[in-house]
Ligand binder design. Structure first.
Ligand SMILES: *Cc1c(COP(=O)(O)O)cnc(C)c1O
Length: 520
């Protein structure tokens, strides 16, 4: 036993203290240099990681090291083994999903937050964490011109959650308990949740967690004629039939900037319908909400005053690192009455005197990160003026891309562009008669994919095109399917993207289309 201990202590580079400030300074600089170098050469990597499943297990040892290893060695392994398995979300050639726009301010805010490493569950546990959070989101709420009823100053309130999924669970729990306090808890099986077929899957997940009967989840069909926005008339019809069946409408999620094509649901009319039936309306503006700090985009929020809660991911298109979802609610008491607990060890005077907000009662977990720090750094380091300009430049680049697509007759824009997302595809008329007439003898192609053979072929062409683009590693885009129609999504918003990257991306698309179309 004694020999084992002395052996451990004899190890050459035993750190004296895992939180030694001078070691932090030295190693911290190494890591910052590493990250800065990564950004300088980020375009050298294939945007979409090209590794195969299980690649890393082959490269790393099966057990953790017994003795310490120097940071220099670890960073070399990050370079050699981790970087190849990274999909480079911060690459200027990244146009997939929605952006996860990083920034120096966001990274440094994250660093400060990690550096303090506080666990701010209630006010007492770190007053600055709570108070900065309230301040920063009131700033942000004002920038978005949210109605006062959502802000602390107007009896509403806001909280930073990790993700939209969590925000939706919290809002739905509050709505559920409010409703069941009237109807009786035994009626939980009658509650109905509504969204459209374009609503993010987070709504379904939330309704599963919250205990909504799986058959009472409504994914209302949208159509091309309304640009795939949720129609208030369709909502009304379904609510009628649910009420006739003895069910209780509970919750509607409307979206500003849907996941597939960034369409915008008509908030005012939808809130009107939901209001008639005493439903809770949540507005999910995860990606597109950021744009509404620009006056020219603010109209997309028109009608939000009729909603009960509203959320936006600052970690998507607002230069703040993952995770940072801002949730505003009109009646915070509903959240608190569903989510609060008050164990003995958290009892304190400030809470008892009701002088403070304890955010543990506004979220799922007890412990919480100091996320407002990074949002504060982003807002202060860039200011409203620059933030608007950054977002506008992304929208402008999306417009440029849209223009390039429109000039090439082989392609078509699939859905109207509202923000920085362009949805396009090889158009049915561009596949020559060769393959299709060989296969089915038809030459008139149907734009509304209804599962007929031409649609199957054109979907396959577009799927192959996307795959071939992404395997090239030059750019990364993802796909969407609306109304049975497969399309490529080009989402601008990576912080490093400049106009020449847009031109390059389009060239890549064209080259791969040239190759693929020779076969059709
Ligand atoms: C990204 C996105 C979500 C999911 O956000 P998370 O923070 O990952 O939960 C939900 N809704 C919309 C519209 C989104 O774009």
């Amino acid at each position: 036993m004694g020999s084992l201990i002395s052996q451990e202590n004899n190890s050459p580079n035993v750190p004296t203290n895992p939180l030694d400030p001078e070691e932090f300074r030295r190693q911290g600089h190494l890591v910052i240099d590493f990250i800065a170098d990564y950004y300088k050469s980020i375009e050298k990597h294939p945007v979409l990681s090209q590794v195969q499943p299980g690649y890393l297990k082959k490269r790393l040892p099966d057990t953790a090291p017994y003795n310490p290893e120097p940071l220099e060695t670890i960073l070399q392994d990050v370079q050699d083994h981790i970087v190849p398995g990274i999909t480079h979300w911060q690459s200027p050639n990244y146009f997939a999903y929605f952006p996860s726009s990083g920034s120096v301010a966001g990274f440094l805010g994250e660093m400060l937050s990690s550096g303090f490493n506080v666990v701010g569950f209630n006010w007492m546990s770190s007053p600055a964490a709570t108070e900065l959070e309230s301040t920063v989101r009131d700033w942000f709420g004002n920038m978005l011109k949210l109605p006062k009823s959502f802000l602390f100053s107007g009896n509403g309130g806001d909280v930073i959650q990790g993700t939209t999924c969590e925000a939706l669970v919290c809002a739905m729990v509050a709505a559920r308990d409010q409703k069941l306090s009237k109807f009786g808890r035994h009626n939980i099986g009658k509650l109905v949740v509504y969204g459209s077929d374009q609503t993010h899957s987070a709504l379904q997940k939330a309704s599963q967690i919250v205990g909504i009967h799986p058959e009472n989840f409504r994914s209302i069909e949208t159509t091309r004629s309304t640009s795939f926005a949720l129609s208030p008339e369709s909502l009304k019809v379904i609510i009628y039939s649910d009420i006739e069946a003895g069910l209780v409408p509970l919750f509607l999620c409307a979206t500003v900037g849907t996941t597939a094509i960034a369409t915008v649901d008509p908030l005012g009319p939808l809130c009107g319908v939901a209001g008639d039936y005493g439903m809770w309306v949540h507005v999910d503006a995860a990606y597109a909400g950021s744009a509404c700090i620009c006056p020219e985009f603010r109209h997309f929020f028109d009608g939000v005053e009729g909603a009960d809660s509203f959320s936006l991911n600052a970690h998507k298109w607002f230069f703040t690192t993952l995770d940072c979802c801002c949730l505003w609610v009109k009646n915070p008491n509903t959240l608190v009455s569903s989510l609060s607990t008050y164990p003995e060890y958290l009892r304190n005077k400030a809470t008892e005197l009701k002088q403070v907000v304890d955010y543990k009662d506004w979220q799922i977990a007890l412990s919480r990160r100091f996320r407002s720090m990074k949002l504060w750094l982003v807002l202060r380091s860039y200011g409203v003026a620059n933030l608007r300009n950054f977002l506008r430049s992304h929208v402008k680049m999306a417009k440029i891309f849209e223009g390039l697509v429109a000039m090439d007759k082989r392609f078509e824009i699939v859905a109207p562009r509202n923000f920085s997302l362009v949805c396009f595809r090889v158009s049915p008329s561009s596949i020559s008669n060769k393959a299709s007439s060989d296969q089915n003898g038809k030459t008139d192609y149907c734009c509304d994919a209804n599962g007929d053979e031409n649609s199957v072929i054109i979907n396959e062409v577009n799927r192959k095109l996307l795959e071939s683009i992404n395997v090239s590693g030059h750019v990364y885009m993802t796909h969407g399917v609306v109304g049975g129609l497969y399309m490529l999504r080009f989402a601008v918003g990576a912080t490093l993207t400049e106009e020449h990257h847009i031109a390059l991306a389009w060239k890549v698309v064209q080259e791969h289309a040239d190759q693929i179309l020779t076969k059709y």
